[in-house]
Design a protein around this ligand. Structure first.
Ligand code: TYM
Length: 325
């Protein structure tokens, strides 16, 4: 099975990225799939317009992937921009993309609501994402729920391309784990860099605990019964605690006599147990930038070879001639 996914270097990695996407990347790698994981630096240009910032975020995301266990010996791990053919392919796909399909994309509307300028890159974003996925003939795309609509656009474009030019592209499936499809942030909304409500994956234990202790809860008094199903602390506990412990907390919430502070303290402990080794590896990699750069360069070469094979078929079918290719 060919698996592909990407993350934008548009800010610090957070716990939502980890549970919604990265944890699945590692699991799918361990199952022996042929994996393509990349840093979507062209996509990040829709929100980052300073060159040095983009370079820094790109380096951080690279370390982040490696720190959580992506093994470059077993997967194709690369920077999107090391395969520039993806931009050519995106153009070809865009010539088959109905305007209405992009106008219906909620991510575009959300970004405008957050105050981003309505530039063409933001609008065209799902087409570039489709190119990312289709150029490697990917079967499965592990993502969080927020990417589901982009996967639908990708599938539509693959089908449209195949109907127009012949059966060349694979129609991919999203891989979304229901338990972590939308990880909440400290204010209860979806955890997101743009809402400033994240628990960062590599922040210090002290800062992480401070943020967890400030998670917004309702004002039910300690002695009264509480509803775990509407509580952000419980939603996060479910991601890190064992089945038995989750059942125990569920009972304690419903029984009353428990303060949210107890649940928050336990959440901070469990989060720290999970994240401490990743943080250590992330910090170690900071002193090994050359290694990270070598890994990306090699990964980029392998990924590009696969993409170029697909582009030969795409160019032949569409009548695009590139001298010497
Ligand atoms: P990005 O960088 O916003 O997020 C990376 C991954 O993290 C997931 N995620 C979440 N999952 C659950 N709960 C959350 N609160 C949460 N926040 C983020 C996202 O769903 C995503 O899987 N468009 C993509 C990048 C991309 C891509 C691709 C992905 C570009 N090309 C091709 C897959 C395939 C994005 O913005 O991810």
């Amino acid at each position: 099975m060919r698996v592909l996914s990407g993350i934008q270097p548009s800010g610090k990695l957070h716990v939502g990225n980890y549970f919604g996407a990265m944890r699945q990347y590692v699991a799918l790698q361990e199952k022996g799939n042929e994996c393509f994981f990349f840093i979507a630096n062209y996509h990040a240009m829709t929100s980052v317009s300073d060159g040095q910032t983009l370079r820094d975020y790109t380096a951080e995301i690279a370390r982040g992937y490696l720190a959580v266990g992506i093994d470059p010996q077993r997967v194709n791990f690369f920077r999107q921009s090391d395969v520039p053919e993806v931009c050519e392919f995106a153009w070809i796909l865009s010539c088959l993309t109905p305007m209405g399909l992009l106008q219906r994309c909620t991510s575009y509307k959300d970004k405008l609501d957050q105050g981003l300028a309505p530039n063409h890159g933001l609008f065209y974003y799902p087409v570039l994402q489709a190119a990312d996925i289709l150029i490697y003939g990917s079967h499965l795309v592990p993502v969080g729920q927020d990417q589901k609509q982009h996967l639908e656009v990708t599938r539509d474009l693959a089908i449209k391309f195949n109907n127009t030019y012949g059966e060349i592209l694979t129609v991919p499936e999203p891989y979304i784990l229901s338990g972590a499809a939308i990880v909440p942030g400290v204010d209860g909304r979806k955890m997101s860099k743009s809402y400033d409500n994240t628990l960062e994956l590599f922040e210090s234990a002290k800062s992480l605990k401070k943020k967890i202790m400030k998670i917004v809860t309702d004002s039910t008094p300690v002695e009264e019964a509480k509803n775990p199903d509407t509580c952000t602390v419980f939603a996060l506990l479910k991601l890190v605690a064992s089945e038995d412990e989750i059942a125990e907390w569920d009972q304690r919430y419903r029984a009353g006599g428990m303060g949210y502070g107890d649940a928050k303290k336990r959440l901070a402990e469990l989060m720290e147990e999970l994240l401490a080794p990743y943080r250590q590896r992330y910090e170690d990699l900071e002193h090994d930038q050359d290694y990270v750069e070598d890994v990306l360069r090699e990964g980029g070469k392998k990924a590009r070879a696969v993409a170029c094979e697909m582009m030969e078929k795409v160019r032949a079918a569409t009548g695009i001639v590139v001298s010497g290719s």
